[in-house]
Design a protein. Structure first.
Ligand code: XIL
Length: 358
């Protein structure tokens, strides 16, 4: 199964500034990089990447982004963890404003991520009850979605509402106030008011790789649509790993496609790491398994009806930009993204191109 997400999510954002190449001590030992066309030129829909504001100051990252992507998703500076770091009364929009300006200046679309997430906001909202909580909840969405109205193409209005094992909905400070479906309905209604043009998404991980979780997500979508929720798109995060059985990803894409809604592959990466106690596979075998899964995903996305191909986003461009390669979790060998630390195409880039052109 995928490495422990809690550890990853908690991993401090400790990028080795500047010396990223130095962190990738295995780069020199890699096989010859594949020749791959610009990914935005082969993707059937806008091809995006996660972005951190600091990457705007990295000319190598900017060149790679301009060549390969046409859409940006703020990786963490549009989340409450950053925006409300100084409290509800003093939101930080500086870095997301910068990302929005960079997107506009470079003719790139922007996907907002994320308004309401179980894992953030508890501190800023602590001590608020009743009408005060409601004013803060509604006010936050109005302020954030209102500020970027006309600048973002779409929003992850609610992120990761399902329990990891798929047994039900997560409990969180939002569901405590409004109920498990209630907070989602309220968030979408407020987002719709704040930005009538943005495409509103529900976003989740491990849908395709944990069948019970995917099934629970699809049941939630059905309930929300029946309740008249302005849910307009479904986000498949696709944080894949190499031991997902063949065919599972494609089968789930067909299932989620049945609602007829736009699909956003929203956070693709594919770690080479597994939780197997004994795993003697070499890098080459792992890269081959990774390529097969990524091609399967890209091909399944490309097989969707055109109107449902919203966008295809990778969760970073270079291996050393990945959350898998930050902090103590970095094993120095993982290659979860389309490019290596020098910006050279990884096997994943070739796997994407192959899947899109299937
Ligand atoms: C992650 C970022 O990549 C990390 O840099 C940050 O420390 C924690 O959040 N699902 C999501 C993303 O929706 O917002 C998470 O991004 C990865 C899992």
């Amino acid at each position: 199964m995928t490495p422990n997400r809690r550890t990853l999510l908690a991993a401090p954002l400790a990028l080795c500034a500047g010396g990223l190449a130095a962190c990738d001590r295995f780069a020199a030992a890699e096989p010859t990089p594949p020749v791959v066309p610009p990914l935005k030129s082969v993707s059937p829909a806008p091809f995006g990447t996660a972005i951190k504001a600091m990457q705007i100051d990295d000319p190598d990252w900017v060149a790679l982004a301009r060549a390969n992507v046409s859409q940006l998703t703020p990786e963490w500076e549009m989340k409450m963890e950053y925006v409300l770091a100084n409290g509800l009364g003093r939101p930080n929009f500086d870095r997301t404003d910068r990302i929005a300006a960079f997107a506009q200046a470079n003719g790139m679309a922007m996907h907002g991520h994320t308004l309401i997430w179980y894992s953030q906001g508890a501190e800023a909202f602590s001590g608020l009850t009743g009408a005060a909580f409601d004013r803060a909840f509604d006010g936050y969405i109005a302020a954030m979605a209102g500020r970027y109205r006309g600048k973002v193409r779409s929003w992850d209005v609610v992120n990761e509402p399902i329990l990891d094992d798929g047994s039900g909905m997560r409990d969180c400070h939002w569901s405590a106030r409004y109920g498990h479906d209630g907070y989602i309905l309220r968030a979408f209604e407020k987002a719709r008011i704040a930005d009538p043009q943005a495409v509103l998404f529900l976003n989740e991980y491990n849908q395709e790789s944990v069948p019970a979780k995917g099934a629970q997500f699809l049941k939630l979508v059905e309930r929300l649509l029946k309740a008249g929720c302005p849910l307009q798109g479904l986000g498949l995060q696709s944080h894949l790993w190499i031991d997902i059985p063949e065919g599972v990803i494609a089968a789930y894409m067909r299932k989620i496609g049945q609602f007829g809604l736009p699909i956003h592959v929203s956070e693709l990466d594919c770690t080479l790491r597994t939780d197997r106690r004994l795993d003697f596979r070499g890098q080459a075998d792992r890269l081959a398994a990774q390529g097969a899964r990524v091609t399967e995903l890209a091909s399944a996305f490309a097989a969707l009806p055109k109107v449902q191909q919203f966008a295809f986003t990778v969760w970073g461009l270079r291996d050393t930009d990945s959350w898998y390669r930050q902090g103590a979790k970095d094993d120095g060998r993982d290659k979860p993204l389309p490019f290596d630390s020098f910006g050279r195409p990884n096997p994943i880039a070739a796997a994407l191109a192959a899947g899109f052109q299937d």
